[in-house]
Design a protein around this ligand. Structure first.
Ligand code: F6P
Length: 559
């Protein structure tokens, strides 16, 4: 049993908010120490513990539920008329909903099949690339956006993702599904046990996330709703659910949707053994990734140096891996108080390759300029030694293009690195590949060997591996910059109720003072006031977070 699983370990906190004992000293670790700790945390996702109350990814009950949900998706794939599978979430959960819906729609397109996947992200498409934390608190917005996407549909499988079982936006959608069982079958995906779901009242609602999760649990006995909530252990940086929560979301959704596609189009019936096999392939992918621990640490060190010297880190990616770069970069603002220029992602064809519902968003501002063209035009001219650039590509991408872009970057900075995936069937390095390696000061060259019975290719492993590398780079770099104390984010924005509560708790942990005193200190900092006036005290958290959103930085001397 891991220390965090003990009933006495931070008993008031759900798993997703607990601090991970492995990373207590991550703020003082060397780059390779940081990566070693991340490896230990990620390995926890696949632990099969006996003797604890926590359900885990490989548990029979979880695998059975995944099998059941895959069968529901299969039914929709076989008879897509008036049906839809909707994936929804906030922040990274919504970004992964988008990623998954796009990838599996793409697979359907290639088979000339009707597209059945839709995504919803709180805050709309701009939240794919930037932090929009406030809509997470809005259950009505969640419900209305679900209604809109599902107009005129007769059968909807709704998969709501909230790693912490906490987002009111998702609770509103699930509640709506429960009220309309003739159309909707709700599935909740998260990584806390049901009793740890957030029970804080939601303004204007008679339900909490907890009460919705309980209703789902009851209905799950009769297969009228599904709950997928294995514990994957506390995050390396407390509450940073983009990390393990995001990885486990990707694993679970891909396992379910791949099994459904195989059943619908390749006549392989959905079986729990295949689901297990696919999950083991991910476990292996995590191991393969961390076999290059030292290489990852070298990139973490370079990126950390860039941030410390006020430079930037740019991810230049191709295909789906580039989208993972955009996702990773987008989370640095709310997690570390970073500017969008600190860590940025770029994708080869810009919005054409992103293929999001709302189309190009570049008019919203420079942080929404995401194509390689934008990089060449706006970033490359100012690139200097202090900046780090990471090329992210695979054997399926155009190596000439990678080489050309690498050459142009290399003229500006020696700090060029690469993450590259290939399979053993293509193990001989091409001349372009050799030239790219020569340009780079370090290359993480992942060579994937063996077979992948579950999906027939390594794409899912490449993606998960890339996600882990990028999470390590952005988290590690910000740790080296000083944005983490012990294993807590200390420059987070207090832009929604979950983050408000987390900030109050952080003050408690660090000061040892009472909750009320800490909340008072937080409010004084948010409002920049020495004394709290009545109107502030009587306002609700929504009002506080609105003020906090406009503050550049909560800066205050504590007395
Ligand atoms: O509120 C910010 C945030 O924590 C993001 O960082 C995260 O991706 C998002 O909320 C979603 O959280 P959850 O999946 O737990 O609802």
């Amino acid at each position: 049993m891991d220390e965090w699983e003990s009933p006495d370990y931070e008993p008031s906190l759900p798993v997703s908010e607990k601090s991970n004992p492995f990373t207590r000293d991550i703020d003082r670790a060397s780059p390779s120490g940081i990566v070693g700790m991340l490896e230990a945390c990620d390995a926890q996702m696949f632990r099969q513990d006996r003797g604890t109350n926590y359900q885990r990814l490989f548990d029979e009950q979880v695998v059975t539920t995944l099998t059941e949900v895959a069968k529901r998706v299969e039914l929709i794939l076989k008879d897509p008329q008036d049906s839809l599978v909707v994936l929804s979430g906030c922040g990274t959960s919504g970004r992964l909903a988008f990623f998954m819906a796009s990838r599996f729609n793409e697979a359907l397109k290639q088979l000339n099949r009707t597209l059945v996947y839709s995504y919803i992200i709180a805050g709309g498409d701009s939240a794919l690339l930037s932090s929009q934390e406030a809509p997470e608190d809005d259950p009505e917005l969640g419900m209305l956006s679900l209604q809109k996407v599902c107009e005129a549909k007769k059968k909807v499988l709704f998969i709501g993702v909230s790693c912490g079982l906490s987002a009111p936006f998702v609770a509103g959608q699930l509640d709506f599904c429960l009220q309309h069982p003739e159309v909707y079958t709700p599935v909740l995906l998260g990584f806390n046990p049901t009793h740890q779901a957030r029970d804080e009242p939601i303004p204007g609602c008679i339900f909490t996330f907890h009460s919705v999760a309980q209703r789902l649990q009851e209905l799950s006995q009769r297969r009228k709703a599904f709950l997928i909530n294995p514990a994957v252990g506390p995050e390396a940086i407390s509450g940073s659910s983009r990390m393990k929560g995001g990885s486990a979301t990707k694993i679970v959704l891909e396992v379910v949707l791949s099994a459904a596609h195989a059943a619908a189009f390749s006549h392989k019936s959905v079986a729990s053994e295949c689901i297990l096999q696919h999950m083991r392939e991910y476990e292996r992918a995590v191991e393969v990734t961390y076999q290059q621990k030292e290489g990852i640490a070298a990139v973490v060190e370079a990126a950390g140096r860039s941030l410390l010297n006020e430079g930037s880190v740019c991810y230049l990616g191709w295909g789906p891996m580039a989208i993972l770069g955009l996702i990773d970069a987008s989370e640095c603002n709310p997690t570390f108080g970073a500017d969008y220029t600190d860590i940025r992602g770029f994708i080869r064809g810009g919005y054409k390759d992103l293929n999001n519902n709302e189309g190009p968003l570049s008019s919203l501002g420079p942080e929404f300029c995401i194509g390689h063209e934008d990089f060449l035009q706006h970033v490359l001219p100012g690139l200097a030694d202090k900046d780090t650039v990471l090329l992210i590509y695979s054997q399926s991408d155009d190596l000439h293009e990678v080489l050309n872009l690498g050459r142009r970057v290399r003229e500006k900075t020696p700090n060029l690195h690469a993450v590259h995936h290939r399979t053993d069937s293509d193990s001989a390095e091409t001349p372009q590949q050799i030239s790219i390696n020569e340009l780079c000061s370090s290359t993480l060259d992942f060579l994937w060997c063996g077979s992948t019975p579950a999906t027939g290719n390594f794409l899912h492993q490449w993606e998960l591996s890339t996600k882990l590398v990028l999470n390590a780079v952005s988290t590690g770099a910000h740790i080296l910059k000083g944005k983490v104390y012990r294993n807590h984010m200390i420059d987070l924005q207090v832009t929604n109720s979950k983050l408000y509560r987390r900030a109050t708790r952080l003050l408690q942990t660090l000061s040892g003072r009472a909750e009320s005193e800490c909340e008072e200190a937080l409010l004084k900092a948010i409002y920049g006031a020495d004394k709290l006036m009545k109107d502030i005290i009587s306002s609700d958290i929504t009002a506080h977070t609105q003020v906090a959103r406009n503050a550049k930085k909560v800066r205050r001397r504590f007395r």
